[in-house]
Design a protein around this ligand. Structure first.
Ligand code: G6P
Length: 732
């Protein structure tokens, strides 16, 4: 039986059952009611006739009795009266009555009830002055007729209900269940067959929740299909472009399925309370954009400082939460720090000590013994967290990130000599003289050399590091293999230029006008800057160049606009707070200088100081005509690469500081010295006026570079070298 028939039959059966039960009780009630009425009327009649009729018993005067009966005959249902001896024999009776009738029940002076057969009702009343009794007969045929009527009405009501229920059920099943199922099934069939890709899922109605799950499945299927096709294309063309799937397979193969543990101070997802609800925030950090694709591809655990104010509410008993929230692929293990620890380790030693020490940006490093103590203690705290994550795993892989954890490699390696440990230093490494001012340089270098593989973005930083080691420690440096040997352990020191993933099929291009309107920018040529508000980023130098460009090229007044998306960063540190003010003041000064009646509402610099979500920044990359990266010193700078990797319709133009790691690869950018305001202003003009062909040539060449040296390749190279590490300490 089809589901619909079963559904209709069940509903009809249930309705019939309920209706029959209901009618049964109604009929019973009707019967009781009519009988009570007859009893009542019969008793009244018998009572009132008794006195008048009693003398007639002795005389057996049937005529007189009939007269009395006729007098009451007006009463609708009266059928006759009879008088009886005590044993029930009829003494006198009106015509048409039964021959005999039983006396009232013993002890009763009035006894009413239906006579078997149901057509007559009798009330018997004992006579008062002589033995015997009087019977009053009434017509009772209407009792059964009334009951039958109730059943008849019940039947028709049921019939109407059944028809209505069936019609409504069929309607709902047809239009609200079967139709969406058919539409969804057809849509799924199309997806499976690879037709109508990107077609929106039809509205789900009742099946809404199921439909959105199906949409997720279809998306995964589409991604998997695209990956498989890309792989096939690559195999066919003999190229070797790295994809997430390729990295995944590669890592599985090289690490023999060992879980990967990444340690980085900054967590990739922060839970914060906003307007009474918990929101997920993606921090603005090059490190996060660089490292996450690897964990997404390979799975594993990311150990980080839980810095969000709702972080504790969202972890399980082991301080873990699965991420990304929308499609969990790996675990985030949070480590909790007290305010003193965070102040000393993160703000103090890492960001007021090591950060300015490694970046040549003319900010004086601050070295405080208390900060160093906390730095040491927090490295130990993270070491304990990592050791608990790799407990029981033979030869685990630990990928440590950045200058927050210089001491961690040694701590882990001492406890777990079988672990394969890498440390990637995301910021520059200065020359030995510059680094030598750090009072704890030996401890730092010693901690770092606990790693089996030590990575920097570029060879120049590796060389600086090896020279620093050479001056600071007793050890053997193998300049041919770029390895440092101390006792039984050797550390490979290599450049791994970090990168990004190419943005594929990002959907329809956003509207440049609308984006500009959203920040109050006006003009036709859009230049973009995206930074954490950090003194190493050369933001003020960039603004000065915009000023100079407009001064030298007034034709662009009203047409050229520079939008700076600046994310406040490390604002607990005074220098960073001052910087935000300086940047704002500089933008205001320059804007005020170019105010004119001719270009109403236009200003050359639009500064949007806020945390900008990644997808929002991605939209700007897709429409900006120019992107300017003018860092005074930068390990790599992923903004430059993200801009080039964006899914755009037209080629863009990139202005790039020669003091970034990225400038070693993106040689077709307009390379500038950010301190040279004239040169950056010239580069702006060049970018604006570049011939379309030249623009396209440079653009394609930069994209080609990133396509080949993407983030998956970075991960694969690191994994390769880690897998090659010989745990007996011999060179690989
Ligand atoms: C930049 C650097 C990274 C560093 C990060 C820290 O992205 O390139 O090496 O880890 O800043 O930023 P944060 O906001 O976590 O202090």
């Amino acid at each position: 039986m089809r589901v619909t028939t079963r559904l209709v039959v069940s509903i009809v059966f249930a309705a019939a059952l309920v209706s029959a039960g209901w009618t049964f009780f109604q009929a019973r009630g009707e019967r009781v009611h009519l009988l009570e009425e007859l009893n009542h009327r019969g008793a009244l009649l018998a009572d009132s006739l008794r006195e008048a009729a009693e003398p007639l018993a002795k005389r057996a005067d049937a005529k007189a009795l009939t007269r009395i009966a006729d007098k009451f005959g007006g009463r609708r249902r009266l059928r006759g009266i009879s008088l009886h001896s005590p044993d029930g024999k009829t003494l006198v009776a009106t015509a048409g009555l039964p021959d005999s009738t039983p006396p009232p029940r013993p002890g009763e002076t009035m006894d009413c009830g239906l006579i078997p057969g149901g057509a007559l009702h009798r009330c018997a009343a004992a006579l008062e002055n002589s033995p015997g009794f009087l019977s009053v007969f009434q017509d009772a045929t209407h009792v059964e007729a009334g009951v039958r009527e109730v059943w008849r009405r019940g039947f028709f009501r049921l019939l109407t209900q059944v028809l209505l229920i069936t019609a409504i059920t069929l309607w709902i099943v047809r239009f609200d269940i079967l139709a969406p199922i058919e539409r969804t099934a057809e849509w799924m069939r199309q997806q499976r067959a690879g037709e109508g890709q990107g077609a929106a899922l039809p509205p789900g109605g009742l099946l809404g929740p199921l439909a959105s799950e199906a949409a997720g499945l279809a998306k995964s299927l589409e991604t998997a299909r695209a990956a498989a096709e890309a792989e096939a294309r690559l195999r066919h063309s003999g190229q070797s472009i790295w994809t997430p799937d390729r990295l995944k397979e590669h890592a599985k193969d090289r690490l023999a399925g060992k879980p990967m543990v990444v340690v980085a101070n900054r967590e990739p997802y922060m839970h914060v309370k906003r307007d009474g609800t918990v929101k997920v925030v993606r921090p603005a950090s090059g490190l996060v954009s660089g490292v996450e694709p690897i964990l997404k591809a390979c799975g594993g655990t990311w150990v980080a400082h839980g810095a969000g104010d709702a972080d504790r509410e969202t972890v399980d008993a082991a301080d873990r939460v699965r991420v990304p929230p929308e499609e969990p692929r790996y675990s985030l293990r949070r480590v909790w720090l007290s305010k003193e620890q965070e102040d000393g380790y993160y703000y103090g030693f890492a960001n007021e000590g090591l950060w300015p020490l490694c970046h040549i940006a003319h900010a004086r490093p601050q070295f405080r013994a208390e900060d160093w103590k906390q730095y040491h203690a927090v490295n130990r705290l993270f070491a304990d967290a990592v050791l608990s994550e790799i407990d029981g795993v033979d030869q685990p892989c630990v990928l440590i990130q950045d200058y927050h954890f210089a001491l961690l490699p040694r701590m882990i390696k001492e406890a777990r000599p079988d672990a394969r440990v890498s440390l990637f230093w995301h910021i520059p490494w200065p020359n030995p003289e510059a680094f030598g001012i750090c009072p704890w340089q030996r401890e730092i270098i010693d901690g770092m050399l606990g790693a089996d593989v030590l990575g920097f973005h570029i060879q120049y930083h590796c060389n600086n590091f090896l020279e620093t080691v050479d001056r600071a420690l007793e050890c053997r440096i193998d300049w041919e293999r770029f390895a440092v040997r101390r006792g039984e352990h050797s550390t490979l020191v290599k450049p791994y230029p970090i990168s990004v993933a190419m943005e594929e099929d990002a959907g329809p291009l956003p509207s440049k006008d609308e984006l500009m309107k959203s920040v109050g920018a006006k003009g036709t040529i859009l230049a973009l800057g995206v930074d954490r508000l950090d003194y190493t980023k050369g933001i003020i130098e960039r603004f000065l160049a915009v000023e100079r460009f407009l001064e030298a090229n007034p034709a662009y007044l009203g047409r050229f606009v520079f939008v700076e998306l600046g994310a406040p960063s490390r604002t607990t540190i005074p220098r960073y707070r001052e910087l935000v003010e300086e940047v704002k003041m500089e933008a205001e000064r320059i804007n005020a200088r170019f105010v004119s009646k001719e270009h109403k509402d236009w200003k050359p610099i639009v500064l949007a100081v806020a945390h900008h979500e990644r997808n929002e920044v991605a939209r700007w990359y897709r429409v900006a005509d120019i992107c300017a990266v003018t860092s005074l010193h930068d390990g790599m700078n992923l903004v430059a690469k993200e801009y080039v990797a964006a899914d755009r319709e037209e080629p863009g133009a990139l202005i790039l500081s020669r003091f970034t790691g990225a400038s070693r690869e993106l040689r077709d950018a307009l390379i500038v010295n950010p301190y040279d305001v004239e040169r950056v202003a010239d580069a702006l003009r060049e970018a604006v006026e570049m011939e379309p062909e030249e623009r396209r040539r440079r653009w394609e060449s930069m994209r080609e570079g990133i396509r080949e040296n993407n983030i998956y390749r970075w991960g694969a190279r690191l994994v390769d070298d880690l897998a090659r590490v010989r745990l007996d300490g011999k060179p690989a």
